[in-house]
Design a protein around this ligand. Sequence first.
Ligand code: ADP
Ligand code: MG
Length: 350
Amino acid sequence: MRRGWLIYSMRRYFSFFLCGLLLLLSACQRQVETLHLNGATMGTTWSVALHSLPDSVDPVELKLQLQAQLDQINRLMSTYDPDSEISRFNAHNSSDWFPLSAETADVIELSLLISRLTGGAFDISVGPLVELWGFGASERRQQLPTDEQVAEQLAKVGYQSLKIRQSPAAVRKQKPLLRIDLSAVGKGYAVDLLAEMLNRRKIGNYLVEVGGELRIAGKRNDATLWKIAIEKPLEGVREVKTIFPLTDIGLATSGNYRNFYVENGQRYSHTIDPISGQPIRHKLASVTVLDPDCARADALATALMVLGEEKGRILVEQNRIAAYFLIHQDESFIEYSSPAFESFLRQVQL
Ligand code: ADP
Ligand code: MG
């Protein structure tokens, strides 16, 4: 019997929550003038909080430039746009080289690197399984997939069948039905491009956010560190679990508490294990990764969600990844901070 289809897709509200919280936190400090710019992109929202804007920069112009940059990334990488570069590559059922923009090639190259680092936990060719489990662009199926259907889609998946080259940038697939889905890394990449635009304009104190992924630089106007809130990973609840003072870093969070459905009492998450072909099922509720490169933080956060708390811990400790886990325990959570995460926090507070 079909019962209890529930979907929570509240990611877009996270940014409002975050901005609200930041405003609240700044309000506790000396009153400062902060410029907030925001808009919509990638099915979610973006926002930029700026302190110390150089006189030469016009805020209205800057907002248009930031939005134009995001629109350009969408035109290249959105799987919701049938004319995007990625959609055209997905529809190209041949193993010939397919010419690409340098931007898309960079994101694919980084993604393949993270796939190798995580033993395939992160895989941008997982799209057919995302669709099968009801989290893609097409309408959700009425029934859960059968093992045969999972095996059929699994046969189309595998980052090892994807080859990338630079100058001239091009990609090729060795399986004709392989498709790419950059949802788990695209928002982080967009954050990096916006941050670089601000750096080029000599804007030194900022917070950039796209769909909850962040990059921050410098300090707030009152010379205190930016304070970043990590939510409790609970459905339908907006509560702060912890607040970290941070500077000069990218930050990405993945969780299984925003985008999932429940069928027969079982939770199905939008993060798929590309090895088993199944949505993840373990006690890890959310992962936050710090990295100067937000795209890398974004991809790693998703990969760690796939690996789960035990394998995830081994990976972050062996590779000095700065990660913070919230793990379900009874009705509450336990926290885990990797040694690299702890040492980053100690450093910024010096
Ligand atoms: P969010 O979009 O909520 O920030 P993520 O960054 O973790 O979450 O990305 C989740 C999206 O990534 C899914 O909706 C799906 O499209 C895709 N995805 C799911 N599993 C994987 C995986 N193992 N590797 C790469 N991408 C994945
Ligand atoms: Mg991600």
